[in-house]
Design a protein around this ligand. Sequence first.
Ligand code: URA
Length: 212
Amino acid sequence: MRVEVANHPLIAHKLTYLRDKRTDSPTFRRLTEELVTLLAYEATRDVRVEPFAIETPVAATQGIKLSSPKPLIVPILRAGLGMLEGMVRLLPSAEVGFLGMQRNEETLEAITYANRLPDDLSGRQCYVIDPMLATGGTLAMAIRYLVERGADDITAVTLLAAPEGIEAVDRALSDLSVPITLVTGAIDEHLNEQGYIVPGLGDAGDRLYGVV
Ligand code: URA
């Protein structure tokens, strides 16, 4: 897996406020959206395009447009939803599929509880969005799910990642031959015994939407 840490002072600035426990939910949601738009710019560097001939008021010229089939954005429910708006702002013509995954708080293993995706993803570029790459169980399972349905290029976009999670995803997907990229805002220090990223930002879903 190729790992890109989006190194930019604006990203570091917004992440700092996002991490701060005094930041309330409305501000947390707004910052997440802003961060995702910045990360999406980095994540879509290799989005597929095709030539597109146009005429300006002055002359005929050759431009480019996004290729078909359009990219598929897959937020992992629930926290990934907080990243969707920022992502579709940059890729308005993309399609959106949903995967509901949850980790068992005791075993820390991921289970799928909802799925709204096209059956056939042949030749699709997919962008999986989930704020926290912690143990890596959810992300590895989501990526494998997409590749088994034909996706042939996967980019995961996260706000934060733990070194243990990156290693676990890499290990879990080592048999796959499709290109997999991770674009993240920062790689933090480690995971604690409860599976939280340290220093992290706490539970991203709770901070976005409250404790339910
Ligand atoms: N999920 C979160 O929301 N936060 C973490 O720190 C780890 C997993």
